[in-house]
Ligand binder design. Structure first.
Ligand code: PLP
Length: 396
């Protein structure tokens, strides 16, 4: 006899999801993540991945990964403070610091871990965290894990930020302003020069989550800080190794003091096993490739611009994107879901993003173009957007 609970409360919650029309099944990918994939048994053009540079399945990364496994094994065997700190972890941190032009970089198992571990380690009850309204869930959770007071400024609204800074002046030991570098729903870039100026004016520290800027913006993907030429003016520069870099992991770069403190106090590093050799090998190869050549990021931007112009010519509204992230804004939630479903039937996977992830009435399918897409794949995808748009009377 089973002794476990019926979990009726969960079953009721699940029923509610179904009634609200937000219950979903996970799509199943049956190939590597690339430009064209098999999804739920069907061949489709993939416009829904964060694999910006096509690195997830790159032969050089795979080879480096296998070599690292051969030499160091499948797992690191412990947290870093015990014995899970291999020479390849230290070498990767040195490489990342060099890549980002900072003193040191501190590695985590994911960007999510990096945010929750870093934010909670560098702030306490005497401090204030000021966060952009549209910041990522991991920043929100990291702030929750901190005893600091929290304030939110309107998305990219510098008057709103300055108001909070003015009002809180003198009331806290430290103030930390946190922003995404690139916002993933609209593809817009943070107003970092203005944020840094305000931070300097009011004596606040700055933290940039560059998950969607890493490998995308700046020289060979060095990120939003490099894009704006703000090296040395942002305290905590957080990078992602699981999106454009194609593997898994996250890191924060900054000063030696930051590194020393995090290595003593960042809980995901102290209490969770370090990244496996396979990941370290592939990430190291990816960063080396970016330091050798801008060809990968050049191709990403070429494809992104090509897609934007094709979709724009068809007459779609792509909002105010400044990056290869291309939202195609449909508006109505149900219509957006229908649009995405019809695209899938026509061989294109572009996921629908609707309220509450984005404001009501701004439902969109979000197109994530990669350096790996061929012109032919993008042309075929555009044809499907044209066909479905006309069928649904979205296009004239
Ligand atoms: C994806 C994302 C993360 C988390 O990245 P993982 O490496 O997948 O944990 C954190 N912040 C932002 C802004 C992201 O987009």
């Amino acid at each position: 006899m089973s002794n476990v609970h019926e979990l009726t409360f969960l079953k009721e919650n699940i029923e509610q999801l179904k009634e609200d029309g937000v219950y979903r099944q996970l799509p199943v990918l049956e190939t590597a993540n690339k430009g064209e994939v098999i999804l739920n048994g069907k061949s489709v053009i993939n416009l829904s991945s964060n694999n910006y540079l096509g690195f997830t399945n790159h032969p050089r990364l795979k080879k480096a990964s296998i070599e690292a496994i051969e030499k160091y094994g499948a797992g690191s065997g412990a947290v870093r403070t015990i014995i899970g700190n291999m020479d390849i972890h230290e070498e990767l941190e040195e490489l990342l610091a060099k890549f980002k032009k900072d003193e040191r970089a501190f590695l985590y198992q994911s960007a999510f871990n990096c945010n929750i571990g870093t934010i909670s380690a560098i702030t306490d009850a005497k401090d204030l965290i000021i966060s952009d309204q549209l910041n990522h869930a991991s920043i929100i959770d990291g702030s929750r894990l901190s005893n600091a007071k929290k304030a939110i400024f309107k998305h990219s609204d510098m008057d709103s930020l300055e108001e909070i800074l003015k009002e809180s002046r003198g009331k806290y030991k430290n103030t930390l302003i946190i922003t995404d570098g690139v916002f993933s729903m609209d593809g817009d870039i943070a107003k970092l020069p203005e944020i840094v100026e305000l931070a300097e004016k009011y004596g606040a520290m700055t933290y940039v989550d560059d998950s969607h800027g890493s490998g995308v913006l700046g020289e060979s993907g060095r990120g939003t800080i490099d894009h704006f030429g703000l090296h040395g003016r942002v305290d905590f520069s957080m990078g992602c190794l699981s999106k454009a870099i194609g593997v898994i992991g996250g890191y924060v770069s900054g000063t030696e003091a930051m590194y020393e403190w995090l290595s003593h106090r960042a809980r995901p590093s102290l209490f969770s096993t370090s990244l496996p050799p396979a990941a370290i090998g592939a990430i190291t190869e990816a960063i080396n490739m970016l330091m050798e050549s801008t060809e990968y990021t050049d191709k990403l931007w070429e494809n992104g611009n090509y897609w934007k112009s094709k979709i724009g010519e068809l007459g779609y509204n792509t909002g105010h994107s400044e990056t290869p992230i291309t939202p195609v804004i449909i508006g109505d939630e149900a219509k957006t879901m229908e649009f995405s479903k019809k695209l899938l039937e026509n061989g294109v996977f572009a996921s629908a993003i609707v309220f509450p992830t984005v404001p009501k009435g701004t439902g969109r399918v979000r197109c994530m173009v990669s350096a790996e897409h061929t012109k032919d794949q993008l042309d075929r995808a555009a044809k499907a957007f044209e066909k479905v748009g006309k069928e649904m009377n979205i296009l004239k």
